[in-house]
Design a binder for this molecule. Structure first.
Ligand code: ADP
Ligand code: ZN
Length: 288
């Protein structure tokens, strides 16, 4: 049997999985994110029993990370706000401890985009995750969008809602998209976590307005087959409808889009998008 591995490296936990050729999960473990010294030995220990059959591993990681294949620091974290991980050679560590296994390496949100790609006919997709932070990535004609760096669409600038006087939560930009619409920005305005706020609270109108702008920018710049909005904040089921309404209001029939309920959607794979994406990336690598 040939199997593939996945590491979804997040700010609170690392989810490690192995799956078969059909991307069906065989085994999975969740490891709390500590320092590299705490976390990484447990990550490689999870994969060791599978090494005989394990062909490759896909990694989707929090960032920023170096994804330039010809860079001397390819596979490392760069200036991540998680200080213990700055400069850490993630890909190097995995290869060193797991028999130089082939590794596919991208951001967590790109991995989730790759997972959602398995659910559509087209070959271009945009994925935003709205959680503790706000990340955005994209695939265009089957390739991750990016040049000298990976996309960081969570930090785009948006037009401020006229009634929103919140200064914004992003430590770099204040009121960028992340600063205005991530989970802590919702809590920053209200003192209440998003999961505990009533549906009719005005903050949801603000969040819908900003996410609709993100969807509009995605449509206008990348014209993807689908725009997926995931992460904890999107567990608010009323939010997607509000985003559709705002998108229509902002776009003003400029050009046709697919029906919005098929175009701007929550993840078909739910919380598994990044894990399935990592397995799919790993499988792609074994095609040679
Ligand atoms: P992370 O980004 O840390 O991986 P999540 O995607 O779950 O994890 O995001 C956590 C953020 O999402 C928190 O700010 C939390 O308040 C918010 N959140 C989680 N669940 C909900 C919910 N049901 N409704 C609104 N906000 C939520
Ligand atoms: Zn920002």
């Amino acid at each position: 049997m040939s199997i593939v591995g996945a590491i979804e490296a997040g700010g609170t936990k690392f989810v490690c999985s192995v799956g078969d050729d059909n991307l069906t999960l065989i085994d999975q473990v969740s490891i709390p994110t500590g320092t590299p010294d705490d976390t990484m030995p447990a990550v490689v220990d999870f994969f060791k029993p599978y090494l005989a059959d394990l062909k490759s591993i896909g990694i989707g990681s929090f960032g920023p990370i170096d994804i330039q294949e010809n860079s001397p620091t390819y596979g490392h974290f760069t200036n991540t706000p998680k200080v213990a991980w700055q400069e850490f050679d993630f890909v190097g560590y995995v290869k060193t401890h797991l028999n130089d296994i082939p590794v596919a390496w991208t951001t967590d949100v790109n991995a989730a985009a790759y997972g959602e790609m398995t659910q559509i006919e087209g070959d271009s997709l945009v994925y935003f995750t709205i959680g503790t932070g706000l990340g955005g990535g994209a695939i265009q004609r089957g390739q991750f969008v990016g040049g000298i760096n990976h996309a960081e669409m969570g930090h785009i600038l948006v037009r401020k809602h006229p009634e929103d006087d919140y200064e914004g939560y992003c430590i770099f930009h204040g009121d960028c998209l992340e600063g205005l619409a991530c989970g802590p920005a919702i809590e920053g305005r209200t003192g209440i976590k998003g999961q505990d706020l009533p549906e009719d609270h005005q903050v949801w109108d603000f969040v819908a307005y900003y996410l609709a702008q993100a969807a509009m920018i995605s449509d206008l710049t990348l014209a993807p087959s689908r725009i997926v909005l995931g992460g904890g904040v999107m567990k608010q089921e009323h939010l997607i409808g509000k985003i559709h309404s705002e998108f229509e209001r902002l776009m003003k029939d400029y050009r046709p889009t697919p029906p919005l309920e098929d175009y701007i959607v929550t993840p078909a794979l739910g919380d598994n998008a990044a894990t399935i994406g990592c397995l799919a990336m790993a499988k792609e690598l074994t095609k040679g």
